[in-house]
Write a protein that binds this ligand. Structure first.
Ligand SMILES: C[S@@+](CC[C@H](N)C(=O)[O-])C[C@H]1O[C@@H](n2cnc3c(N)ncnc32)[C@H](O)[C@@H]1O
Length: 400
């Protein structure tokens, strides 16, 4: 790339080739990569260059010369200002194609896998799916602002309703807006309010309006999961059983490990088809609820360790051989190489790696593939429609 080719402030006509992870459109102008937000593959655009990085330029749309057949007007009035969604201007089938592309690109560029088979993206309804959210509150303004952070800032975009939230959470948002005075005058700062919808109502991390902060229960495939609003729980209410079906499916055996267990979402389902399940979780609150959930569901074959995966592996892993399955569902940062290598030393027959970041997933899959495991399948699950985020489930099998 030569910077002489393009200059900041100049306008160019480009055609978007594809979306990249993060949601921006990629175009090439005289061989130089240009990234443009709110564009769609196939769009012919007039753009203005607004920034130069080492290997690419950033641009903004000046005019849509010819819209892609997949472009639609965003259903949400706040789209473009609110930082929550990046893809509302694409019809839903095009969002799914883009997300399969994010996974494939990461596997190739970061993991050096030449993955040829199609990547299926399981999906459900594209709106009203979120059963958990965190509302941001700005009390210093008059009137106060409640909603979500604006793109790239910690300023609050004031929203009256959000199309990806479950209707019940939108009703709470209306209620909170009516409680402006209570919130503005409260001694509690209320900068963030966590809301979660359970089978029998909503709970919040703060007592505000007439919300309670009691634990809630969500029943999935005959298991009751209890947790409070500060704990991690999968956000997409329509895809909870699909997630379990992909991760567990018809798998069965003697011993399964669930090494980032949260409140026991996978561990308690694994207990139905494995003789013994061992689970680790580092967060104290999540561990409390996991232990509670094991008892509340009268499960007696899950051994739960409130400890980091790394410490558990160092302390106990030498005792184990004959592990059938390891489920890994780490935070976005993924898993450090040393931990991955300790897992391969236990020699499980299968590893199912669940990830919300295709980049760290691809990096970690390379370590596993270089340590005796074959990538057997890749499936996407669109837990986060309208955003660039995508959940991926990778299955690895031990080679010998
Ligand atoms: C993406 S969540 C998945 C939780 C669970 N599998 C579920 O589906 O609800 C990741 C979990 O890993 C936990 N965690 C993060 N670092 C950890 C570590 N080093 N050892 C064990 N657990 C960890 C987090 O507290 C969180 O509960």
């Amino acid at each position: 790339m030569t910077t002489e080719n393009l200059s900041i402030g100049q306008e160019y006509e480009i055609t978007i080739e594809k979306l990249i992870y993060g949601g921006q459109g990629l175009a090439r102008f005289q061989g130089v990569a240009i990234f443009t937000p709110f564009s769609v593959p196939g769009d012919k655009l007039k753009v203005c260059i607004v920034g130069a990085e080492k290997n690419f330029f950033r641009a903004e749309i000046i005019e849509i010369l010819e819209p892609s057949a997949n472009r639609r007007s965003a259903p949400c009035q706040y789209f473009g200002r609110c930082g929550g969604c990046q893809l509302q201007h694409l019809d839903y089938p095009a969002q799914l194609v883009a997300k399969a592309g994010f996974i494939r690109d990461s596997l190739k560029r970061i993991g050096h896998f030449d993955w040829q088979p199609p990547i299926e993206i399981k999906h459900s309804l594209e709106f009203n799916y979120r059963s958990r959210t965190q509302l941001k509150v700005e009390r210093a303004t008059d009137p106060f602002q409640i909603g979500f952070y604006k793109e790239g800032s910690h300023n609050v975009c004031d929203v009256e309703s959000c199309p990806i939230l479950a209707p019940e959470l939108n009703q709470v948002l209306v209620k909170l807006r009516k409680s402006e005075k209570e919130i503005a005058l409260s001694e509690i700062p209320y900068s963030k309010i966590d809301l979660v919808k359970g089978d029998e109502g909503i709970s919040a991390n703060q007592i505000v309006a007439d919300l309670s902060s009691k634990a809630i229960c969500q029943r999935v495939l005959d298991i009751n999961y209890y947790f409070d609003p500060s704990c991690f729980f999968q956000v997409n209410q329509y895809l909870l059983t699909t997630l379990i079906e992909i991760i567990i499916g018809t798998r069965k055996g003697k011993v399964a490990l669930d090494l980032y267990a949260g409140v026991g979402f996978f561990a308690l389902q694994l207990a139905k088809t494995y003789q013994k399940v061992i689970a680790t979780e580092v967060n104290q609150k999540a561990s409390h609820w996991a232990t509670h959930n094991i008892q509340a569901n009268s499960i007696n074959n899950v051994e739960f360790h409130s400890i980091s995966t790394e410490k558990w592996l160092t302390k106990f892993s030498r005792r184990f051989n004959g592990i059938d399955l390891v489920v890994l569902d780490p935070p976005r940062v993924g898993i450090i190489k040393k931990t991955l290598l300790s897992i391969t030393e236990i020699r499980p027959k299968e590893i199912v790696y669940v990830s919300c970041d295709p980049s760290t997933l691809a990096r970690d899959l390379r370590v596993l593939a270089d340590s005796g495991y074959k990538l057997a399948s890749i499936t996407g699950i669109d837990l986060f429609p309208q955003t660039y985020h995508i959940e991926t489930v990778a299955v690895l099998e031990r080679i010998n």
